[in-house]
Design a binder for this molecule. Structure first.
Ligand code: UDP
Length: 334
């Protein structure tokens, strides 16, 4: 089993989940945004780019993948929406183009299963809630398109070759490994829970609330925050589903099916820490929907997924624990 982007936030949690489940796992990561410390020392680590087809061939050979066996969990890619607006061609290369090469390598070597890290950004600004997999996909930025185009390549490839795939569309991923082995480490975070725990720990002065007049109960944006550990567990289960039914491909939402507003998140952080984060009311951020909540019925019906951390305060506690550990890791990695 090869994990691309296994040194990144979600990828490294998947690596731990696979290892905890007793699976063989190797990682390829170019460390452009990932961290070597996020990957356990006993996991084979290939520092390189998924665009390097010779390297992929070597990894498949060394890991005993190909000729109808093995699988790829594909996380490698860029994830910053405003950056995708400023540099669309980079996103279409780094996310879409390189995924095309990876899929081609899987076909060429006979790796039969691909699990793909997709996103609720494929839905754009949906006018329904909760969002099902049948909700029209209408991305509003190159990031969402770059992921949706990869889903399309996977679907077309699965129709033409002996390969099946699962695209998991993530809602708002947050938290960290409960054992504090990995977490969200990239500097300059923009995601609400990461930003809020940084503020709670004094790494920022305040949290800006982007929009206070949305059509939501308290006027701030509502999101479906899913614990990264539950998300990683869903990946392991989805992989099993791909192996069990090689003729079936899947596209599934990953969320809990309930939402919290920005104010509810900040209040929960305050409850966990006993402090008071400074709130600054700011204007809306371009492209933000009022509410984005997953209908996760398909995932729950398809795999025996029982979330363990569907609790906002637990998500925040784990995010805080990682945030407290991070400076030590950054120092020793420097
Ligand atoms: N948000 C906010 N302040 C921040 C970061 C985010 O008010 O510093 C809001 C944002 O407008 C949205 C929600 O929090 O309503 C989640 O945003 P995030 O960037 O975490 O994820 P997104 O839903 O954009 O993928």
């Amino acid at each position: 089993m090869l994990v691309t982007g296994g040194a990144g936030y979600i990828g490294s949690h998947a690596v731990h989940a696979l290892r905890d489940a007793g699976r063989n796992v190797a990682v390829i990561d170019n460390l452009s945004t990932g961290f070597r410390f996020a990957v356990p020392d006993d996991v084979p680590f290939y520092e390189g780019d998924i665009a390097d087809s010779a390297l992929l061939a070597r990894i498949f050979a060394e890991q005993g993948m190909g000729d109808g066996s093995g699988a790829i969990m594909h996380f490698a890619g860029s994830i910053i929406v405003p950056e995708s607006v400023a540099k669309p061609l980079y996103y279409y290369e780094n996310n879409t183009g390189k995924s095309r090469g990876l899929i081609e390598a899987a076909v060429a070597h006979g790796v039969p299963h691909i699990l793909f890290s997709s996103t609720a950004a494929t839905y754009g600004v949906p006018d329904v809630s909760p969002v099902t997999e049948q909700t029209p996909t209408q991305p509003i930025n190159p990031y969402g398109w770059s992921k949706l185009m990869t889903e399309q390549m996977l679907a077309d490839t699965a129709a033409a070759y002996p390969l099946n795939f699962c695209a998991l569309r993530y809602f708002n991923v947050a938290g960290a490994d409960p054992q504090v082995r990995t977490g969200q480490s990239t500097a300059g975070a923009t995601h609400l829970i990461k930003v809020a725990v940084e503020a709670a720990l004094g790494k920022r002065d305040a949290v800006s609330i982007f929009g206070t007049n949305y059509d939501t109960p308290d006027g701030t944006g509502v999101r479906d925050y899913i614990h990264v550990g539950d998300l990683a567990a869903a990946h392991v289960l989805a992989l099993d589903a791909l192996i069990a039914e090689p003729s079936r491909s899947l596209t599934m939402n990953c969320g809990y099916g309930r939402g919290f507003s920005v104010l509810e998140v900040l209040d929960a952080v305050d409850r966990v820490t006993g402090g008071r984060i400074k709130r600054v009311f700011a204007g809306r951020r371009a492209g933000d929907p009022a509410k984005l909540v997953a209908d996760s019925a398909l995932l729950r019906a398809t795999v025996p997924w029982t979330p363990r951390f569907d609790d906002l305060e637990t998500i925040i506690e784990h995010a805080l624990a990682w945030e407290e550990k991070l400076p030590t890791l950054r120092r020793s990695a420097a």
